[in-house]
Design a protein around this ligand. Structure first.
Ligand SMILES: NC(=O)c1ccc[n+]([C@@H]2O[C@H](COP(=O)([O-])OP(=O)(O)OC[C@H]3O[C@@H](n4cnc5c(N)ncnc54)[C@H](O)[C@@H]3O)[C@@H](O)[C@H]2O)c1
Length: 317
């Protein structure tokens, strides 16, 4: 079994690669380095710099490396950017997937694990969402992930699993950390490091402390979910979406307090207006992935904060 990990130089893709290698599975990486970092790619792993949406590139990669399964993580993930560039998000997150599926069909590759997102749920009717909750995205990013799920589901002969990640946090090693400047945890860590306050978007929401609640899942746990999904698509015919979250919600203030507790440093913040259309609370119902794939998240929010803080300190040194 050789896995192609698209987006393998990215934050989550690099963790997936590390988990596959630790499990003894050969890996090939295809990444255009648009947001990725070549330093995350382990030595000795075949690494092609290129566009996963380019039909010739993906075809050539599948053939040349005798790929037998694809973990597709390449994509663009910024909600605000998706409002400015909806067509680009469609291209990056839908057209690229369609081209990967076409190349897989041509090469006879039938196993796929696809990176989807909790953004497909939009504004859920209740804070805890199961996979059969209506998918009604409220931004072009979420819509692109839902459209891509449909493209995957419509491809005949493919054994596939789409993992709807909730909010990925933490790092399994210092060099694998999240460089994202918009995600909450890196912003809180920056506030703790620099003393410059972060703006909390929404402090009067209908949650116990007034700030937004999300499901923060350690990236090493997401990588472990890929191993479980990879085994499932290999041993049987699968066509299923799964939530990849912890099942527990934390507010923005919980994250700030976790950073302060873990680092012993104040993380200053100021209240700001809520982001339009932002749901007050979104938490994964993880019943399905637990019972069908035997996966559950093992790390706590404090584990994730500690690992991200050590990573940020190492990278700043
Ligand atoms: N980080 C999260 O919390 C989160 C949550 C839900 C879903 N996701 C999804 O998970 C995937 C990985 O996210 P991430 O956080 O690792 O982001 P990331 O930006 O760190 O990784 C994406 C990787 O894909 C590469 N890439 C982008 N377009 C490409 C293309 N056309 N061809 C080849 N490589 C390309 C980038 O260079 C980067 O290395 C994305 O599809 C994202 O939408 C992430």
């Amino acid at each position: 079994m050789t896995w192609l990990v698209t987006g393998g130089a990215g934050y989550i893709g690099a963790h997936v690669t590390a988990a596959l290698l630790a499990a003894g599975e050969p890996v090939v990486i295809l990444d255009d380095l648009s947001t990725g970092d070549a330093r995350r790619v382990p030595p000795g792993v075949p690494f092609l710099i290129g566009d996963a949406g380019d039909p010739a590139t993906i075809r050539d990669t599948l053939h040349r490396h005798r790929v037998t399964g694809v973990m597709h993580l390449a994509g663009s993930k910024s909600v605000p950017e998706s409002f400015h560039k909806p067509q680009w998000y469609h291209r990056q997150n839908v057209t690229v997937v369609e081209n990967v599926l076409d190349a897989m069909a041509e090469a006879g590759v039938t196993r796929l694990v696809f990176s989807s997102s909790a953004a497909v749920y939009g504004l859920p009717a209740s804070p805890t969402v199961a996979e059969d909750a209506p998918a009604r995205p409220i931004n072009p990013y979420g819509q692109s992930k839902l459209d891509a799920e449909h493209a995957v589901a419509d491809s005949p002969g493919v054994s596939w699993i789409a993992l709807r990640y909730f909010n990925a946090v933490g790092a399994a090693a210092a060099h694998l950390g999240d460089h994202g400047t918009t995600n909450l945890l890196p912003r809180v860590l920056r506030a703790a490091r620099t003393g410059e306050p972060l703006t909390v978007t929404g402090t009067g929401l209908p949650t116990p402390d007034g700030t937004a609640i999300r499901d923060y899942v350690h990236v090493a746990d997401i990588a472990a979910a890929h191993l479980a999904a990879g085994a499932a698509v290999t041993t049987g015919r699968r066509a299923r979406v799964y939530n990849a979250g912890t099942g527990t919600g934390h507010s923005v203030l919980d994250v700030i307090h976790a950073v302060e507790r873990t680092t012993g440093t104040p993380a200053p913040w100021t209240p700001g207006p809520p982001r339009p259309g932002d749901p007050a609370a979104v938490v994964a119902d993880v019943t399905r992935i637990g019972s069908e794939l035997g996966w559950r998240a093992r790390h706590t929010l404090d584990d994730a904060v500690r690992s991200a803080w050590l990573g940020a300190a190492a990278n700043a040194a």
